[in-house]
Ligand binder design. Structure first.
Ligand SMILES: *[C@@H]1O[C@H](CO)[C@@H](O)[C@H](O)[C@H]1NC(C)=O
Ligand SMILES: *[C@@H]1O[C@H](CO)[C@@H](O)[C@H](O)[C@H]1NC(C)=O
Ligand SMILES: *[C@@H]1O[C@H](CO)[C@@H](O)[C@H](O)[C@H]1NC(C)=O
Length: 180
């Protein structure tokens, strides 16, 4: 089992963009700066649970997962694509050949070394993508979400300055090694 997890605040931001009808009131909140009184609080609980339930199962290290479980944080994969891809392949006992390595480098690096044409292809800055919820959600929305969710492995923010300062990482320095 390879479990890919993401910061619940990032999950929420992504769902707001993807399921526009379902998350309409969240968009209204973002635009008006006021939380609609009829906002469905169940939606944020679902986001929290979708994150927390599998993670807590994995981290409890049940014997039935021994040697078969790896937790991978999306943010780590985005920040260190090659290093994490190597760890993943090694866990799966697969050989990482040069084409996969090249593909990973080509499709995750930043825009600094790209021609403007490439910006509109699949070439992405994966680290910036993983963090873009920090400019897409309002501070109130973030505070609300992080008070509802248990942020295992991620840091809360207490000030808008902290939220928007992308040099300040919200990913706790942790390695989740496969357990045997
Ligand atoms: C590299 O690995 C990929 C994916 O497993 C495979 O499709 C490809 O044929 C391999 N290439 C070489 C040169 O071994
Ligand atoms: C990676 O990018 C280089 C340079 O643009 C290109 O020559 C190469 O074919 C690409 N490799 C893969 C696997 O995408
Ligand atoms: C942003 O965060 C970095 C790292 O924590 C810190 O050194 C810097 O002073 C912060 N910048 C602002 C404008 O708060």
């Amino acid at each position: 089992v390879v479990q890919l997890v993401r910061d619940p605040r990032g999950i929420l931001a992504s769902r707001i963009e993807t399921f526009r009808d379902t998350y309409q009131l969240w968009r209204l909140w973002r635009v008006t700066g006021r939380r609609p009184h009829n906002l469905d609080l169940g939606q944020v609980n679902t986001v929290c649970e979708d994150f927390f339930r599998p993670v807590s199962t994995g981290l409890a290290k049940p014997t039935w997962l021994r040697g078969r479980y790896m937790l991978l944080r999306y943010e780590d994969l985005a920040r260190f694509p090659l290093q994490k891809t190597k760890a993943l392949y090694s866990f799966l006992a697969l050989v990482l050949n040069h084409s996969v390595e090249d593909w990973t480098i080509n499709n995750t690096r930043g825009s600094s070394d790209m021609s403007s044409r490439q910006k509109f292809t699949t070439v992405r800055d994966s680290a910036a993508n993983a963090e873009n919820w920090r400019v897409k959600l309002s501070f109130d929305m973030v505070v609300y979400t992080q008070s509802a969710c248990q942020l295992l492995g991620y840091k809360k923010v207490f000030h808008p300055r902290e939220l928007r300062n992308l040099s300040h990482s919200l990913v706790e320095d942790r390695t989740f090694l496969p357990f045997f």
